[in-house]
Design a protein around this ligand. Structure first.
Ligand code: SAH
Length: 232
């Protein structure tokens, strides 16, 4: 079973959106497990301090490596086969390929940063894999962890109603997906493209492929440059 352990200063943010809909039902069924652990529980002073001022000066606070290491060792004592992830804007951008690999594995330990981030030494000492969800800055790693887990959980066996829809989506074949249409037949004067109502499945497949290629060329030519670099 896929087991997620999240280290956070805000355990109340979990399961959050993952407690609803398909992910929430799967969580209730026990198709995956989620544990959110308060990092402050591993602090050693009365005020449960987990951060301190940055060495070298500057604004903000940095999360302490000793407390984070204690927390990591407590929730994922070695040997723990699960990858240890750190949500971080400096990380490798998350891809569907990495999401698939995570979904095929035993789970993940996910550390959510806050403030300016975490002391570099704990990243190195615990072999944390830094993962970014995009080139923008969040106020904390929690929404990023929810995004990552949402993407992973929908791929777990039994979670999605229609298994096929998990394999025909944007990125799965290196292309953005073709546009979708449904009833009504005419919406504000716009008809459904005729080919889709023709009943000719070969033509429909060709049209969808063509649209996918056109959209990808227009919006994401980088995807056509070839397969994404393989990540572990
Ligand atoms: N000072 C840092 C930003 C810290 S933001 C910098 O300039 O790189 C605080 C925390 O939010 C980070 O430690 C990280 O856990 C999380 N975070 C922010 N943006 C993120 C992103 N794009 N992807 C994943 N995590 C992110």
């Amino acid at each position: 079973m896929f087991r997620a352990t999240v280290l956070t200063l805000y355990p109340e943010m979990f399961p959050g959106a993952l407690g609803l809909s398909l992910a929430g039902k799967a969580l209730e069924r026990g198709d995956w497990a989620l544990e959110a652990v308060q990092i402050r529980d591993f602090a050693s002073d009365r005020h449960r301090t987990i951060d301190d001022t940055p060495a070298g000066g500057g604004a903000g606070m940095v999360m302490r490596p000793d407390i984070l290491a204690k927390a990591i060792d407590a929730v994922a004592p070695s040997p723990d086969a699960r990858p240890k992830l750190l949500m971080s804007p400096r990380g490798r951008p998350l891809t569907q390929r990495r999401v698939r690999a995570l979904a095929a594995g035993p789970g993940a330990m996910i550390l959510c940063g806050r403030f300016e981030g975490v002391d570099q030494r704990v990243i190195e000492a615990r072999g944390l894999e830094e993962v970014s969800i995009g080139d923008y800055i969040l106020s904390g790693g929690e929404p990023a962890a929810l995004v990552l887990l949402d993407a992973v959980v929908r791929l777990l066996p039994g979670v999605m109603g229609n298994a096929a829809s998990g394999t025909e989506e944007s990125f799965e074949n290196g292309l953005l997906e073709h546009p979708h249409y449904t009833r009504p037949q005419v919406f504000e004067g716009r008809p459904i493209p005729q080919v889709l109502t023709s009943g000719n499945h070969a033509k429909i497949a060709a049209w969808r492929r063509g649209e996918a290629e056109r959209l990808t060329r227009e919006r994401r030519p980088d995807l056509l440059a070839g397969p994404q670099p393989v990540t572990k």
